[in-house]
Design a protein around this ligand. Structure first.
Ligand SMILES: [Mg+2]
Length: 357
């Protein structure tokens, strides 16, 4: 089939799967014992593209009802932007920010993967790779963990050569000094230590804790010190805290990123490829951050993040999140393994290289 006629998407399949965690998990503001992944496959010319997002299984029905009709017939060799905008238009009255954009993200990732496979190129090169590998940080350290389990998990990442780790804080703040002590002992002085409060603190408490985190444990990254809906609060903490303030995991549509950036709310913008509109939305958000002179950090879903993060010049790291690492290994063949604290896309494979087991 020539490029002039093109390869049209014939079919879209979607399923949801709920996978129990390996132990009860909690952070500053939520407890959970399972994770649901919604997986999309798009088919054209005998090839398949794969995308996914982590959300409620209701997103599977949303994809089937609202997005699949817009995707059938898309010519994959051509620009995918029209399909992205059409899907956004179709979600208008259902709600774009939130689950609507998570659904759209899974489809967009699958379309980019399919396009790369049809063209026979690795996704990283199709997206415009500027580096060969993307740095990661180990993320877990749940507030539900015993000190022993916490230390074991963090030391495990350091043993794999990952020089950055993050733990959850803020559920019972009085317990955190012992948890931070255990973390620092487990990882040694050379490993960067990050914390994530998932919006658990008010402004004044967040500033007070930021000072302690930095002074007593050498913490350099404080994620969602206050609710990320409180843009003025994030800016308040950022201006006073002696470490980097980060947020962005609940930014979906481009306006969400613009609002965070215009408010001066973050030192580093977090972007989740499975929430922000897939690869198309990720590149939009990264461009906005660059205009504000900021780096981006990819939130979770490391196996689909690695490729686009190699295409963003002002990139810092990917969150190598315990739950997603486990699920992506379980469900997909071709998952990348960390090497020297980074994920390196395999350029010998077209697309992102993941296949459904
Ligand atoms: Mg977070």
């Amino acid at each position: 089939m020539s490029v002039a006629t093109g390869t049209a998407v014939e079919q879209l399949e979607v399923f949801a799967k709920t996978i129990p965690t390996d132990a009860p998990e909690s952070d500053g503001t939520l407890e959970w014992d399972s994770t649901t992944i919604v997986v999309v496959q798009v088919h054209a010319g005998g090839l398949s593209g794969l995308g996914y997002t982590y959300t409620h299984d209701a997103a599977a029905r949303l994809i089937e009802d609202k997005l699949a009709p817009a995707v059938r017939g898309v010519m994959v060799e051509r620009d995918l932007s029209p399909a992205w905008h059409e899907m956004g238009d179709l979600l208008r009255n259902v709600g774009r920010p939130g689950m609507g954009f998570m659904a759209l993200s899974a489809v967009d990732i699958a379309l980019w993967d399919l396009k790369a496979r049809v063209l026979g190129v690795p996704l990283v090169d199709l997206l415009g790779g500027v580096r060969d590998e993307a740095a990661i940080y180990g993320s877990g350290g749940f507030t539900s963990y015993s000190l022993e389990r916490l230390a074991e998990q963090l030391a495990g990442w350091v043993a794999q050569g990952i020089p950055r780790v993050k733990i959850k804080v803020g559920r019972s703040p009085d317990d955190d000094p012992a948890r931070l002590d255990a973390a620092r002992v487990a990882i040694g002085d050379e490993t960067a230590l990050f914390v994530d409060a998932n919006g658990a603190f008010d402004r004044e408490d967040a500033v007070a804790w930021a000072e302690r985190y930095a002074r007593e444990w050498g913490v350099t990254w404080f994620e969602e010190p206050v609710s990320s809906a409180d843009l003025a609060g994030l800016r308040y903490v950022r201006r006073r805290a002696p470490l980097d303030v980060a947020a962005g995991e609940y930014a979906y549509v481009p306006a969400d990123f613009r609002n965070l950036l215009d408010a001066g709310a973050v030192d580093c913008l977090q972007v989740d490829v499975t929430r922000c509109g897939g690869y198309t939305g990720f590149l939009h958000a990264a461009a906005l951050a660059e205009q504000h002179g900021l780096e981006i950090s990819a939130h979770c879903a490391p196996q689909v993040s690695a490729h686009v993060c190699c295409a963003v010049p002002h990139f810092r790291h990917i969150e190598y999140f315990h739950d997603h690492v486990r699920i992506e290994r379980m469900l997909f063949g071709g998952a990348l393994e960390p090497d020297g604290g980074a994920l390196r896309p395999d350029r010998s494979r077209p697309g992102h290289g993941l296949v459904l087991r």
